[in-house]
Each structure stands twice: as C-alpha cells, then as structure tokens.
Ligand binder design. Structure first.
Ligand code: ADP
Length: 389
C-alpha cells in the first residue's frame, strides 16, 4: 500500500497542509485566521470534496484544536488508510540540523532553543509539531529545515565581522527559504541539467523574500542572515538595515527590544514604506505615490543583490523567479530585468506575460525562468526517505 504523508507548514495564524498518497497530492488546504477569525479551506484533487467554512472559536483556538477538526475530513478522503508520517516545515535548524530529521523529545527540545532566532516562525512550527504528535500519535514526525540548504556555503558567507566567539556560539548567516531553493534546483536538475550545473541566482519573492546564489546545485550565498530579517525588504520585514538604526531606536527613541522587534518584523518592508499594505497586488494597483515608492525600493534592492551575486558567482547563466510575487508579478520581473545589458540579460515582454517558464529573449545570454516553487513536495520527499530509512 502506498505511504500516506501529511505535510504541515504551521505559521502564526495559519496551518497549510497537503496530504499525499505516495507522491500524489490528495488534499490541499489551509486553516487561516487562527486566534481571530478562523477559516478552513480544503480542496481534494481526487474527489469532488471542497470545504470552505468558518471554524467555531473553539475549533480555531489553538493549532491543536484546528488539527483535530481537520482529522475527520482527512480520514474521509483517505478511505480507511492511516497517516504514516507528518512532515513539518521548520524555519530554523541552527548549526546542528543540516539534514531533515525524525522528531523525538530531544529534537523538539533543541528546536525550542532556536525560537529566539526566528520569533515570527519557529514557535508556530513547534506548536504545529506538538499538536500533530498529539493528534497522530502513531505517525512518524519529521522536521525539514529552511536553513539546511545553506549550511555548506563558504565561511565568508557564513560569518559576520564580529569577534570570533559570536561565530562559535552560532551567530552566523544561516539563510532561509532553503526548501524552496532545493525544489528549484531539483526541478532544474531534472528538466535543464545543463543550467543546473551553472551559475544560478534564484529570487524567492513572496511575503518573505530572499535571493540565493547557487553554483552547481550548491548554495554559496543568501541575502538572508542570522534571522529572516536581513536582505531584501519583504511584506512586513525591513530587510538590510544599518545596525546603527537599531541602536538609535533603543537609545534615542527609548524603544523597548519588543517594540523594535515588532517594528522590524511586522510593520516595516512594503507595509511600512507604503503605509498602506504588504500586498504586492494591492500596491501595484494603487495610484498612491507611496505604493509606487515601496515597489521602487523592492525592485532596487533585488537589482542590487542580483549584481552582487553575479559578481560572487563570476557571471550569471540563469535567473529564476519564484514565490507569490516572482511567479505572478510580470511588473516586478520586467522592472528587475530592465537595462541589464551589462549582464547580458534581457527578457521578452510577450513571454513575460504569457505564463511561460522561459521568459528571456533570444539574444539574452542569461536564461530567465519563472518556476512555481513547491516546498511541500520537498518536505514529502525527505519524509518519505526518512520513513524508508
Ligand atoms: P508567503 O511568503 O506568505 O508564502 P506568497 O509566496 O504567497 O507568500 O506571496 C505573497 C505575495 O505574492 C503577496 O504580496 C501577493 O500580493 C503577491 N502576489 C500573488 N499573486 C500576485 C499577482 N497576480 N500579482 C502580483 N503579486 C501577486
């Protein structure tokens, strides 16, 4: 019988899930608005089942209650089969978790120690794991890390210029979105092996956004650092910032560490710059000049990092756009790729709007691709391998 794997991506107010039988997705969905206005959306790809309903306040009170609500629906779809394993996306694996692992009490304790490094994500990833262990006590639980893909990158990309002791205690440039980059690389390897072996920059542009320089399938640098705050501006996160600004906030503005954290994680980025919203679709449709400036800054930082990464790679063969914005915003792709003749990069406007995978022009020396990411599939593959091990 084919193994059944449930992949969970637990965030602060949402749990995204995909249920697989073998390699085939059976059910996709999410519980959103946890703790506020909880809702369940679920779509089966093998039956006509579609669920779209509010959860009661009790059903949506905790991650555990929400998962418990989900079980009978999944059981109906499974028709008598049981869940063999639950694979969790975990944002931070620190120094020690360089590979996916089976979760036991010891692993869970270690993951808890990493919470301060990813306060926006890690506590919720752990809440999802704890809930899934209660709800599926007989299933194997695995953790797949967003940091793992970057753990082999060169020391100069792993360290900050601080006294060595900080590096030793784990203050490093971890890099994130590794499951997405791993999917893109595996897709390239399978479909365009010549490009996989080359110099690639992947731009994962979603609510969270980062870029990764990849050489022969191996991450050699990422725009994200110690936490998921660094690098590109994001929906609500600031991206690269002079650390002196944080000192100014603390000493001159009298802000508390919690206030600074809230500002940098939840009220900066596109939302902070525009004063309107974090949503790229809304910004692109707005005629408010602040919306335009927020997009200008987003594009400017991507272009700057692209140049830096091309320099580090010694040239560029392929640029991949992925994530909600990278996959869907022809406007952002067009603006990132404008006037990049120095790099030998140009795109074909018609292709850019067509939904094609390859959007570079015939003259372009750099292949420009749009590839939908699939982090869930990477978690499934790792979980399946751990089940078999
Ligand atoms: P997350 O990091 O939460 O997974 P996503 O990858 O789903 O985020 O990306 C969300 C972003 O993608 C939002 O800013 C949203 O506006 C943007 N987006 C989604 N569809 C489009 C579109 N058609 N055009 C422009 N932006 C889009």
């Amino acid at each position: 019988m084919e193994e059944v794997i449930l992949v969970l991506n637990s965030g602060s107010s949402s749990i995204k899930f995909t249920l697989y039988s073998g390699a085939a997705p059976q059910v996709d969905g999410q519980i959103s608005g946890l703790g506020a206005k909880p809702r369940l959306s679920l779509v089966s790809s093998v039956s006509t089942t579609r669920v779209e309903r509010p959860l009661t306040p009790d059903e949506g009170k905790t991650h555990g209650n929400a998962l418990a609500t989900l079980i009978p629906l999944l059981e109906t779809e499974l028709g008598g089969k049981t869940v063999d394993a639950v694979g969790h996306r975990v944002v931070h694996g620190g120094v020690s978790f360089t590979q996916p692992v089976r979760i036991d009490d010891k692993v869970l304790e270690e993951l808890g120690k990493l919470e301060p490094l990813a306060p926006l994500h890690q506590p919720h990833n752990i809440a999802g794991i704890t809930a899934a262990r209660d709800v599926f006590p007989n299933a194997v639980q695995t953790a797949c890390f967003d940091t793992a893909f970057h753990r082999e990158h060169p020391w100069v990309n792993d360290t900050f210029a601080l006294p060595r002791s900080f590096y030793e205690e784990g203050v490093r440039r971890y890099g994130f979105h590794g499951l997405s980059y791993e999917f893109i690389c595996s897709h390239l390897k399978a479909t365009r092996p010549d490009l996989y072996k080359g110099r690639v920059v992947v731009a994962h542009l979603g609510n969270g956004a980062s870029m990764c320089a990849v050489l022969n399938g191996q991450s050699i640098g990422s725009t994200m650092g110690f936490t998921a705050l660094d690098g590109l501006p994001m929906g609500t996160r600031c991206g690269q910032l002079d650390p002196g600004v944080v000192l100014y906030m603390l000493t001159e503005k009298g802000m508390t560490p919690d206030e600074v954290s809230d500002l940098l994680y939840r009220n900066s980025g596109l939302k902070g710059l525009s004063g309107l919203t974090q949503d790229m679709r809304t910004l692109a449709a707005s005629d408010d000049s602040r919306a335009g400036e927020a997009i200008d800054y987003f594009v400017f930082r991507i272009r700057r990092e692209l140049g830096a990464m091309a320099a580090v790679l010694g040239g560029l063969d392929t640029l991949v756009f992925t994530g909600g914005i990278g996959e869907n915003s022809a406007l952002v792709r067009e603006r990132v790729c404008a006037n990049q003749d120095w790099l030998g990069l140009s795109i074909e406007p018609a292709e850019n709007h067509s939904g094609a995978e390859r959007i570079s022009s015939d003259q372009s020396k750099v292949n420009v691709l749009v590839i939908p990411t699939n982090e869930e599939e990477i978690v499934r593959r790792h979980t399946s391998a751990l089940l078999a091990a």
